[in-house]
Design a protein. Structure first.
Length: 135
């Protein structure tokens, strides 16, 4: 959220007209506050949960965060490659940062795959081509 708030004005001008970075940052901050509260309740036990539980929680978190990103005009694409450090989409980077905060420390590559799984769960999250939108 802090990184969205700190975007230089020149960079923000390059984003699409309907992108609301400050509104999205506020929503992410609210979500993080809720997640921190849950984290305090479980007092560090997240690392002791079975992998299957962490996976389900990660996909559910991805669905919810991607919905917020979509609502604020941020693309929810699952792109990036492990061999190219700066190739990750904004959605992958945001999920990776949130995951670190709450103890779901997957690599970017894994978050990219979680986005694809979230898109399979929620039809509204599927990314459509910007050049050829369906009518």
């Amino acid at each position: 959220a802090e990184q969205l708030r700190a975007l230089p004005c020149d960079l923000e001008k390059l984003l699409e007209v309907d992108v609301n970075t400050l509104g999205c940052a506020d929503m992410i901050e609210e979500l993080l506050d809720k997640l921190r509260g849950v984290d305090q309740l479980i007092e560090g036990k997240a690392k002791s949960y079975p992998l299957a539980v962490k996976n389900e929680v990660s996909i559910e978190m991805a669905v919810r965060v991607l919905r917020v990103l979509q609502e604020y005009g941020i693309k929810t694409s699952a792109t990036g490659h492990a061999n190219f450090e700066n190739s990750w989409s904004d959605a992958v980077r945001i999920l990776h940062l949130i995951g670190k905060v709450i103890g779901l420390e997957w690599e970017e590559l894994t978050w990219r795959d979680k986005i694809m799984e979230a898109q399979a769960v929620d039809e509204k999250l599927k990314v459509r081509s910007q050049r050829h939108p369906k009518k």
